[in-house]
Design a protein around this ligand. Structure first.
Ligand code: ADP
Ligand code: MG
Ligand code: MG
Length: 889
């Protein structure tokens, strides 16, 4: 859609609702739509404000518009000689599938029914329509429970021995109507009264509980109101040449082009989505009603061309003739969203920038979500635990315990359990349970069922229509032959294949191999200016990061290498050393290991920058805790007193001595405030031999890589700087080690030395730091901690949660960068750096680097790059492109 029209169309949708606006638009495009008119959302708001009175003059306008339809169709509302029937349909600005109400076949009463029989000669059709009217009117307008009506119908089916309402005879339907009339005593026989009450009921449904819940979950405003569409009925229940159905113009699950949907012959309205009858796939319509099918395909193309978007269409075939009743942008899975955006751009319906704009960061993130592990799946299948296969309506793996009730699901999830919600079908009232669950399983319903739509919208893996499974809601269990699944039993489901397994299967996170995603992210790369690097400590992470599109490593935390089990004892020996010589010996043992690690990183990131941060945490973190050591020592003493052999005594004494030494060192290293203590650059200055070892390992590895023909680009980063003096000292050591290594090897490798900006003072004195640094990297986690004077690890389990819950803080500064305080400091650092050099490299490492809102901030404030976990790299690439598009327009 052209940018200029956007605002206009948006307000049309606001006034007429999505359904009304699209019905009007389809009519304008010459698409066959039954004639009708729309009562606006403004009328709804005025009705809801005016304590339930229709606004003045509204009713006469409704009658006036109704007359226009009557004239056009040559039928009269309430006239037995030529009865006009209408539907009264809710339709808000944003689609809320099945949340609000619709009444079909308004205008029927005993007289018009008789008239319609005389006209059509089809009693079955007329009484089928009539019973639907009373049922819908009864539930929607009179607030009766649907079960009352369904019980009558199932009795009738039972007596007749059929499974489908469509198989009831005309006489039986007549009896059903009579019984419905008894149930719905308030049903008005005056068609005008029916219409007025239906309009008011639709207005009121805006504030119904399930609509309110849905809006809360979907983030839709509560003050929009709903419009009401009054539309002449067309009939899909007029016999074997009539049908009703829903379809998407492309697959909502995969994005594959071509119609995808379900239909039913001789049915009306909600029959398809309600899951009460077995639907047929839309392809079958090509056989049953080839002309209507071809026309449907043509309409689908026309609508996509108009809306530049995949559409979700409702249609009815009345006696061979196709009518469209609704179109809207189709809901889709993350995979489908990506493929559709790329395909639409390739088809020329939208531009590449539009495609990039349309996919959300969380949809990209979905590609990195767990799937069932291949081996676990195979093993489960071999053991006969693949219990059923249903429709794969929302992809991804979900593993959890079965819950057969949404309230139970919510409660279990509240207790921290993973839950699979298992239902025959879902209804709007179940949404809270669906949101609480990891995944959703239903035994009925198709691709367009409520369960499928909601699951897709909220990214919950789901399998529906698992007909082999019987759910016993009263007994809280499901059965399939011998097999019984009780509440609390583990289930695993794969929403991509539709498979359901008994038991708890392992999951894994897939590699991104989707060609459409790669294309889309490639377009994003063309559009963005902000760089994206990864935080990676090991070569394997670096390789993954590069596969995901990282343009270098923004942060390698070298201390992680020391925590590996075979290295930790050497590290501890280094820490325990009494003399510098002893310390150097231990370091000499670590050096080749570090060098190997760095070489692995340079190889994985060949030609790209690799920022290596010098050892950062306080040394006590490499030692056991005080409590653990005390416990070990006490334990050894007790066992010593009961030792059975000399060997055992020796062994215990040896351990005791070592632990006592460790304890002494732990005491010596103890700081009451380690976060503000001897760590970062302070360590490097206190123990230059550590820094020397690390620098040598970095430069030796760089030389190794260069000798192999690679292009290593080491950037050595000094952590926790708060004063230029620290930087000057550390830099001297690094530069002289570099010179020594290069002289020794006879090669030179270009390198940078920079500093983290993660203390307020570093940011405030960035002009001085910039004189001695080649680059800055904002350590936004620590900068947030030090700016707020708040320890994240402690706060997150205590007051921070309360602060967020009660609104003291409006957002969590650790998940999204605080623009007001922390942002100001970053701005200061950037300004100082750029005064020194136009393209002085300033990046952000820290979890903010993977957060779309923070990424937008970083783009807008001129950072060089963000660095985030490898798994966030694809998200960051998209978010950076979207930030660029947002500031460009
Ligand atoms: P929802 O928003 O819940 O889908 P709708 O207003 O779209 O509710 O209507 C429910 C069902 O009734 C849909 O299948 C729709 O196609 C059908 N329907 C609505 N109006 C008419 C009509 N005038 N003629 C035939 N079918 C209709
Ligand atoms: Mg609809
Ligand atoms: Mg830090």
């Amino acid at each position: 859609m052209e940018a200029g029209l956007d605002g206009g169309w948006d307000s049309v949708r606001g006034l007429l609702g999505g359904k009304g606006a699209n019905l009007a638009e389809m009519t304008r495009l010459g698409i066959p739509v039954p004639p009708g008119f729309t009562v606006t959302t403004r009328a709804c708001l005025s009705y809801l404000d005016g304590d339930g009175r229709l606004p003045d003059g509204l009713w006469s306008q409704v009658l006036h518009a109704l007359h226009a339809i009557e004239d056009r169709l040559d039928k009269r509302f309430g006239d037995p000689a030529a009865p006009l029937l209408v539907s009264c349909r809710s339709g808000a600005k944003f689609s809320m599938p099945g949340m609000m109400d619709t009444v079909l076949n308004l205008g029927l009463n005993d007289e018009t029914a008789k008239g319609l029989v005389a006209l059509t000669g089809d009693e079955h059709f007329v009484f089928d329509s009539y019973r639907r009217l009373i049922q819908m009117f009864g539930t929607v307008v009179l607030g009766l429970r649907d079960e009352l009506f369904e019980n009558v119908l199932s009795d009738a089916r039972h007596v007749r021995g059929v499974t489908s309402d469509a198989d009831l005879s005309a006489d039986e339907l007549r009896t059903v109507v009579a019984r419905f009339r008894d149930l719905a005593a308030g049903f008005p026989t005056d068609p005008a009264e029916q219409l007025r009450m239906a309009i008011e009921a639709v207005f009121s449904s805006w504030n119904g509980r399930r609509a309110v819940d849905y809006r809360n979950a979907a983030g839709i405003a509560h003050d929009l109101g709903t419009a009401v569409n009054i539309q002449a009925m067309v009939f899909g229940n007029l016999g074997e040449h009539s049908a009703t159905g829903v379809c998407m113009t492309r697959s909502g699950a995969t994005g594959l082009p071509g119609l995808e949907g379900d239909f039913l012959v001789n049915a009306q309205g909600e029959d398809v989505v309600s899951g009460t009858r077995a639907t047929r796939p839309i392809e079958a319509l090509a056989q049953v009603m080839p002309t209507a099918y071809a026309e449907l395909q043509a309409m689908a193309a026309k609508l996509e061309a108009r809306y530049h978007e995949m559409q979700d269409i409702e249609f009815t075939v009345e006696d061979g003739r196709l009518w469209l009743l609704q179109t809207r942008d189709g809901k889709r899975t993350a995979q489908a969203a990506v493929r559709i955006a790329v395909d639409l751009a390739n088809e020329g319906l939208i531009g590449r920038a539009d495609a990039v704009r349309r996919v959300t960061p969380s949809q990209v993130d979905f590609f990195l979500h767990p799937q069932l592990a291949v081996a676990a799946r195979q093993q489960a299948a071999d053991e006969g635990r693949l219990i059923a296969t249903g429709l794969n309506v929302s992809p991804g793996a979900a593993v959890g315990v079965a819950a057969f009730d949404p309230d139970v699901a919510q409660r279990l999830a509240g207790d921290g359990r993973q839950v699979i919600l298992v239902r025959p079908e879902t209804k709007p009232d179940d949404v809270h349970g669906m949101l609480a669950a990891e995944g959703i399983l239903t035994t009925r319903g198709g691709r367009t069922s409520h369960a499928a739509l909601v699951a897709r919208q909220f990214g919950k893996p789901a399998v529906v229509g698992v007909g082999a499974l019987e759910v016993d809601l009263v007994g809280h269990r499901a059965t399939m032959g011998e097999l019984v699944i009780e509440e609390g039993d583990w289930l695993s489901l794969d929403g991509s294949t539709g498979e359901v397994y008994a038991g708890r299967l392992d999951t894994f996170v897939p590699d991104i191999s989707d060609g459409w995603l790669a294309t889309l992210l490639g377009w994003a790369d063309d559009l963005r200016t902000l760089g994206v690097r990864a935080n990676a400590d090991y070569p394997a992470d670096a390789r993954r990061a590069r596969d995901y599109g990282a343009e270098g490593i923004g942060l390698c935390r070298t201390e992680h290498m020391f925590f590996q089990s075979e290295r930790l004892p050497v590290m501890q020996r280094m820490i325990m050393s009494d003399s510098v010589t002893e310390r150097r010996d231990a370091l000499a043992e670590l050096e080749p290991l570090q060098r190997d690690d760095f070489l692995g990183l340079f190889r994985a990131m060949d030609g790209l920058p690799v920022i290596i941060r010098l050892v950062d945490p306080p040394l006590h973190e490499f030692l056991p805790t005080f409590e653990e050591l005390s416990k070990r020592i006490t334990d050894a003493k007790i066992r010593l007193s009961a030792a059975g052999s000399l060997d055992e005594v020796d062994d215990l004494l040896g351990r005791l001595r070592r632990d006592e030494d460790l304890l002494r060192q732990v005491r010596a290293l103890h700081e009451s405030n380690p976060m503000l203590g001897l760590r970062g650059v302070r360590l490097a200055i206190r123990h230059p031999e550590i820094l020397q070892m690390q620098a040598r390992a970095i430069f030796a590895a760089a030389c190794d890589a260069a000798e192999e023909g690679g292009g290593p680009r080491p950037e050595v980063m000094i952590p926790l700087t708060s004063d230029a003096g620290e930087l000057i000292r550390a830099r001297q050591v690094i530069d002289s080690e570099a010179a020594a290594v290069f002289a020794d090897r006879g090669i030179t490798v270009d390198y940078l030395v920079g500093t983290m900006v993660e203390t307020p003072r570093a940011a405030l004195t960035a002009d001085k730091l910039a004189e001695h640094a080649d680059f800055f990297s904002v350590g936004s986690n620590d900068l947030t901690q030090t700016t707020y004077a708040l320890s994240r690890d402690d706060a997150e389990t205590s007051f921070l949660i309360d602060y967020l819950r009660t609104g003291v803080y409006d957002h969590d500064p650790f998940s999204s960068l605080d623009p007001d305080g922390v942002g100001l400091l970053i701005d200061r650092a950037i300004a100082a750096a750029r005064t020194r050099e136009d393209d002085f490299e300033v990046g952000v490492c820290g979890e903010h680097g993977g957060d779309p809102a923070s990424i937008a901030w970083c783009h807008a404030h001129g950072l060089t790059y963000v660095s985030c976990s490898p798994f966030r790299v694809p998200v960051a690439r998209l978010a950076a492109a979207q930030a660029a598009l947002a500031t460009a327009s």
